[in-house]
Design a protein around this ligand. Structure first.
Ligand code: XMP
Length: 415
């Protein structure tokens, strides 16, 4: 192991994650463990340099954690108790930590751990092309190469160029064993005539699992399933009072007779660290810094019952919007931006003739947690350029609208 470790024992604080971040910001690796972790388990952690008992500040800790011998351990902290100075003094004077938490060391450690866990076993991974699954794939390829099989299910609701990019990066550049499933027709036929948004989501989610199951079942020697679980997923499930850090996992939908062991190398990384890891592994910026994209994809941006022509129009207009945002230097500055198409047509005029065509709506929002959002005040000239391109390049679209509604009252997506 290349990095020193500070263990945070969760005794009911809601500040564990923030404290881990603060410690990592000092260049020292830190992980949160359930408050009732056994001393043996704790002792077995390589390079453990110190333990912090993190309480909620109200309840008095009365558990039975005993600190490994010769370990630096401050008294119970309520998570707010560390000032930067006391934290530094604890880390570097009491615990004698070295500042050795960085991506190169993290990757080297994970490669070692993954090889240890997997041995000569086989791993499968659902590779969506999103940041987390892409970084997991790249890390596993580094560790075990062809012992990993990536399954990319193209449900036909991805953005323009995304399935191609997944194949190019992973198959061509990283030489991954990649199974590409073109399931567009299968999804579209299941979704045909379905207009209720939640029903659409349910169909897309269930069908995705079914397609993945079918492929996974073919790989009979696969013992492991890799997942792009990241630290915020773990925090949500809670580490207090011995709740398993894996309790939130739902491998539901996988064939019942197949028991996979989970492989989750990113489970202690925050999102920005996941991106840094992806960059260090050589993934392209367009993949590592890509904006959030919903699981049901363009399916929820083709408002109402999905039709192939409207889906294509959403995909094309979205590609134009992204291209123009890129040229205007807005990528990475605006949190989420996309187009959508409502399920009605409006009257317009094209080549001196009346035309009944769809409107395209532009959405561009900024947010911290997606619970509330403000709109990005876009430049009129930019909006004009985008509009001109969309109405001339996207078949069936004669009008472009810009949704200036913040959340609330408007949600970010239209359905
Ligand atoms: P709303 O529309 O609720 O969206 O304001 C908030 C954020 O969540 C994303 N979103 C989804 N993500 N599956 C996802 O993985 C979904 O069904 C889904 N619906 C919305 C949305 O893109 C925005 O970032």
């Amino acid at each position: 192991m290349k990095q020193d470790l500070i263990a945070i024992l969760d005794l009911g604080s809601d500040k564990n994650a923030a404290l881990a971040r603060q410690i990592r910001a000092e260049g020292v690796y830190s992980e949160v463990y359930p408050g009732n972790i056994s001393p043996d388990e704790l002792n077995a952690k390589p390079n453990l340099k110190g333990v912090i008992f993190c309480t909620d500040g109200k309840s008095q800790y009365t558990g039975t954690v005993s600190v490994p011998t010769l370990m630096a351990a401050p008294d119970a902290f309520d998570g707010d108790n560390f000032t930067p100075d006391t934290l530094r003094s604890f880390l570097f004077t009491d615990c004698q930590c070295e500042k050795n938490w960085n991506m190169e060391n993290f990757i080297a450690d994970q490669v070692e751990l993954l090889r240890e866990q997997i041995g000569d076993g086989h791993v499968i991974l659902a590779l969506s092309g999103g940041v987390d699954s892409s970084v997991v794939a790249a890390l596993l390829i580094r560790a075990i190469g062809k012992q990993l099989t990536c399954i990319h299910v193209n449900h036909g609701l991805l953005r323009k160029g995304e399935p191609e990019q997944v194949c190019q990066v992973f198959r061509d550049e990283l030489d991954a064993d990649l199974v590409y499933i073109d399931a567009e027709e299968r999804f579209l036929s299941k979704l045909s005539g379905v207009s209720d948004p939640e029903q659409k989501r349910k169909i897309i989610g269930e069908e995705f699992i079914r397609v993945f199951d079918d492929e996974a079942a073919k790989l009979t020697d696969a013992k492991f399933l890799a997942q792009g679980t990241i630290y915020p997923d773990i925090v949500e499930s809670g580490t207090h009072s011995g709740k398993s850090v894996k309790a939130h996992h739902n491998v539901g939908g996988l064939p019942e007779d197949v028991q996979f062991e989970l492989v989750e190398p990113l489970k202690y990384l925050f999102k920005d660290e996941v991106r840094a890891c992806g960059k260090a592994l050589g993934l392209p910026d367009s993949m590592v810094y890509r904006q959030p994209f919903p699981g049901p994809g363009l399916g929820v941006r083709c408002v109402g019952a999905i039709t192939k022509d409207r889906l294509e129009a959403v995909r094309e207009s979205d590609a134009i919007l992204r291209e123009e945002f890129d040229k205007a230097g807005l990528c990475g500055k605006v949190w989420q931006y996309f187009t959508l198409i409502p399920d009605f047509k409006t009257v317009g005029v094209r080549d001196n003739n009346r035309c009944d065509e769809w409107p395209v709506v532009i959405r561009a929002v900024n947010t911290v947690d997606a619970m509330t959002a403000t709109i990005e005040p876009l430049d009129w000239e930019l909006l004009g350029r985008i509009t001109d391109r969309i109405v001339h390049e996207v078949p069936g679209v004669n009008r472009v609208l810009y949704d200036i509604t913040p959340k609330p009252t408007g949600t970010i997506e239209w359905e």
